[in-house]
Design a protein around this ligand. Sequence first.
Ligand SMILES: NC(=O)c1ccc[n+]([C@@H]2O[C@H](COP(=O)([O-])OP(=O)(O)OC[C@H]3O[C@@H](n4cnc5c(N)ncnc54)[C@H](O)[C@@H]3O)[C@@H](O)[C@H]2O)c1
Ligand SMILES: O=C(O)C(=O)C[C@@H](O)[C@H](O)[C@H](O)COP(=O)(O)O
Ligand SMILES: [Zn+2]
Length: 354
Amino acid sequence: MSVVSVGGDYDVVIEAGCSARVADVVGDGVQRALVVHPDSMRPLGDKVTESLRDKGIDAYAVSVPDAEDAKTAVVAADLWALLGQHGFTRSDVVVGVGGGTVTDLAGFVAATWLRGVPVVQVPTTLLGMVDAAVGGKTGINTAEGKNLVGSFHPPRAVLCDVDVLSTLPRADYVAGLAEIIKAGFIVDPVILDLVAEDPEAATRPDGPHTLELIERAIAVKAEVVSQDLKESSLREILNYGHTFGHAIEHVEHYRRRHGEAVSIGMVFAAELACAAGVLARDVVDRHREALTSVGLPTAYESGRWAELETAMRRDKKTRGSLLRFVVLEDIARPVRLEGPTEDQLTTAYAALSH
Ligand SMILES: NC(=O)c1ccc[n+]([C@@H]2O[C@H](COP(=O)([O-])OP(=O)(O)OC[C@H]3O[C@@H](n4cnc5c(N)ncnc54)[C@H](O)[C@@H]3O)[C@@H](O)[C@H]2O)c1
Ligand SMILES: O=C(O)C(=O)C[C@@H](O)[C@H](O)[C@H](O)COP(=O)(O)O
Ligand SMILES: [Zn+2]
C-alpha cells in the first residue's frame, strides 16, 4: 500500500482491494451515503453500498449515464432530488465510484448539496486515479463548453483500488496515460524515462512500473493543489494541453476521450511554444515520441480552426480577449503564454495536420 497526503488535508490510498474500506474513511457521524456509479461499475457500486450498510449506514446506489453524458445539469438535478428524498444532511456523504466523469459529477453534487457535504472518491479508471479524483476540482459541462460549471471541493479521502484497472478497456487505460505523461512534462521527468524504458509495458495495468507511474503522477498533483487549490496561479500548470484539448472535446461533442484530446492538446501547446520561440524543437519531438509510443494521438484534422478557436475562448484561463496557454520553456519548466499571435496559433495548428 502507498499513501499520498494532499497537504495534510486528506489521503490518497493506492492499494489493491482498498475499495472495500470506504466505510472506514467516510468519517464519524455519517448516517446516509449516496453511491454514484456508471452502469459499467454496478458490481463495485453495489459492493461499496453493501459494505456501508454492513456498518449501519443507510446507503443508496444510483447508476448514472456513461462517460460525459453523466456530467450534465439534468443528471446533477436527479441526484439532488435523491438526496432530498432521502433526507441527506450535512453529516452524510456522497461516494463517487467510477471514472473521472463520475468523480467530477459526484464531487459537484456533494459541493452544491446544502452548500457542501463530504465526498469520498473511489476512482476506477487510470485517469481518475492519477488526476480527476484528486485535488477537488468538480464540475459539469454545459451546451457552451466543457466543465463550465463547477466548484473546488476537496474529497474527504480517495481510494485507488488498482485491482479494478484489470477490467478497464485498453483505450481508456491508454487515455489515462496522457495525464501521467502530462505530469512528466510539467514537473517530473522520471515519468517520461519510465515510459520510454518500455512503452508497451506502460500500457498495461500489470506493467513493472505501473504503481510507480500512478504514485508519481498523484504526487505531482497533490503537491500542486496543496499549494494552490483554487487555481490562482501555480495550479494552471495542470491544465497543460487542455486549452486545445477541451476545444477538441467540445467540437466533437464529447465523442473523443479526454486523455486523447489532451494528448493532441499537449502537442499543440508544444508547437505553439516553439512557434513563439520559447521551446526547442527537440522537446516538441519528445512530446510526439512519448505520446505515440503508448498509442496516443498527436495529429488533428485541418480545416476546423475557426470552431476550435471559438471554443478555446471559453477556456477558464482566458482573460478578456486574451487567450492564455500553459507552455513549456523546457521539460519541467512550465510558463504562461499570454496572447499568442494569430500567426503563432495557426502555425501550431498547421503542424498538427495529418
Ligand atoms: N477534476 C479533475 O481534476 C479532472 C482531471 C482530469 C480529468 N477530469 C475529467 O475526467 C473525465 C475523464 O475521465 P475518464 O477518462 O476516467 O473517463 P470516464 O469516466 O468516461 O471513464 C471511461 C470509461 O471507462 C468505463 N469504466 C470506468 N471504470 C472502469 C473499469 N474499472 N472497468 C471497466 N470500465 C470502466 C466508464 O464506464 C467509461 O465508459 C473528463 O470529464 C475530464 O474532464 C477531471
Ligand atoms: O486539476 C486541475 O487543475 C487540472 O487542470 C487537471 C485537468 O487534468 C482536468 O482535466 C481538469 O478538470 C481541467 O479543468 P478545467 O478547469 O480546465 O476545466
Ligand atoms: Zn485533464
